[in-house]
Design a protein around this ligand. Structure first.
Ligand code: IPE
Ligand code: IPE
Ligand code: MG
Length: 248
């Protein structure tokens, strides 16, 4: 462990909104694409750190459905980065027994990118049941995800319940995130995991994503461990449950 002492429960599932690559580059008078490259490097380091710390699931917001409205040149650069760097980085991490899942409507990506992502996912299918997952949200939008789920239910004539809807989301076999971290200084979810985030702890960092260090991640987790999650109950109820090992 680094300088942050973590006392208390670790989050089982961390989700990160990796924001600020463009501004990081702009500040250094460099093109946005350079910021995205540094972002992928940092992403790799943070994933290593997360699994090393004992986090079971990590979900990264890499590209939103709304990001698809960005200039074609930036998107082409991002697709090239997926081809040349991103997928290899994922493979390296997943070799340690981590199941890779892509969350989102990948049909919006170029065909060859879809194929390499599909292959990378398939290679890790053998790790199902290990209880360790890396999820990459690509061409992801939470509203679109919920609408898609509702339509699947409607086609089957199924009346939705909370569990039924969860089971139709991209995250069906992944526990809800306990901690959502957003870098880049903005304090919003930008259409990320809106349904799954119902009881997630939110942590906002002013640092641009390429500057978000392993120590910063530890600090976010330490802050999570200091918080009280009540899930609607009173402190007294939570304390009794903690003492007796009951409740959620
Ligand atoms: C996040 O960084 C990465 C993607 C959305 C692909 P941004 O590209 O949004 O960086 P800023 O917010 O413009 O600095
Ligand atoms: C959120 O960042 C999406 C990702 C990090 C992939 P944005 O940069 O797209 O968010 P907004 O537009 O500032 O809300
Ligand atoms: Mg941004």
């Amino acid at each position: 462990m680094g300088k942050n002492k973590i006392e208390g429960a670790l989050p089982r599932h961390i989700a990160i909104i990796m924001d600020g690559n463009g501004r990081w580059a702009k500040k250094r008078l460099m093109p946005r694409s350079v910021g995205h490259k540094h972002g992928v490097d940092r992403m790799e380091g943070l994933l290593d750190k997360s699994f090393e710390m004992g986090i079971s699931y990590v979900t990264l917001y890499a590209l939103s459905t709304e990001n698809l409205k960005r200039p074609e040149a930036e998107l082409e650069g991002l697709y090239d980065l997926i081809r040349k760097r991103f997928v290899d980085a994922m493979r390296k991490i997943c070799k340690k027994g981590v199941r890779l899942r892509i969350l989102g409507d990948v049909t919006m990506l170029p065909k060859d990118v879809q194929e390499i992502l599909r292959q990378a996912e398939e290679e890790t299918a053998c790790y199902d049941g290990n209880g360790k997952g890396l999820n990459i949200a690509l061409c992801y939008g939470a509203r679109a995800e919920i609408v898609r789920a509702a339509n699947i239910a409607a086609e089957k004539g199924e009346k939705l319940t909370e569990e039924g809807l969860s089971a139709l989301l991209y995250t069906s076999d992944i526990p809800d995130p306990d901690l959502i971290i957003r870098t880049g200084g903005e304090m919003r979810l930008s259409n990320f995991l809106l349904y799954q985030a119902a009881y997630a702890e939110l942590y906002f960092s002013a640092k641009m994503f390429p500057d978000f260090s392993d120590d910063d991640l530890e600090e976010a987790v330490a802050e999570f461990a200091r918080r009280t999650r009540r899930f609607g109950k009173t402190d007294e109820q939570c304390n009794t449950e903690k003492r007796t090992g009951t409740g959620q």
